[in-house]
Design a protein around this ligand. Sequence first.
Ligand code: GUN
Length: 286
Amino acid sequence: MTATLIDGKSFAATLRARVAEHVQRLKADGLTPGLAVVLVGEDPASEVYVRNKGRQTIEAGMQSFEHKLPADTPEAELLDLVARLNADPSVHGILVQLPLPRHMDADKVINAIDPAKDVDGFHISNVGLLGTGQKSMVPCTPLGCLMMLRDHLGDLSGLNAVVVGRSNIVGKPMAQLLLGESCTVTIAHSRTRDLAEVCRRADILVAAVGRPEMIPGDWIKPGATVIDVGINRVERDGKPRLVGDVDFASASRVAGAITPVPGGVGPMTIACLLANTVTACCRANG
Ligand code: GUN
């Protein structure tokens, strides 16, 4: 292994400590940031994420409001809850865990959230603000990736950045953020021709496709910085394991720096959610 490890776990711990300090200052002024998380249904992975979000929210000194609704909840009932959370002054951030059950229109639900409380940054207003370079709520996973890239590389301007994956949650906002840093940005996806060649041009390679170890070391430019957003559950030698979208063993022999899975991007996502909640609280209170 020649690549430097970008340690998301310790980076996230530092960010959480900074958030907790900020929360203490706000509390001294009589203001406690509050985050509401809504989970519909019983998806086990979502339940784990929601539990972790609640725990870390409380550890940071904030108020956590958890709303668990059965999978067959009518959409109108979820929209009512969102309206109540929008109107509640003790709630500064609202997150509706995705995916939602199939009978619900996720876009409709997300766009019912007050954009100022949309700590996921998924509301169409926040998407538009980010796309036009204006102050917005920034989606947590891409924000965490950008923080680690800036910390590791400093100025990103002029670098070739390739984002593999075009999801609304990661790929598209990641590309917007990198463009905002004056990178030359390519978004690649499942239909991209000669993906290997496109990846080899990247000074910064962000992999967010959700396919275990699909990017091998020989697709990586020597010295590149690799951010692996993938968290894929696989079985290796009969044991369950988490792997990224990048083949870590071969990539870490070529890259200049790389995030591990687990312990890279994952811990940064919740830390950024806490930071976004504090940002929303501060903006709501001048
Ligand atoms: N499901 C998987 N990732 C996310 C996320 O970042 N936000 C929400 N709301 N749901 C998710």
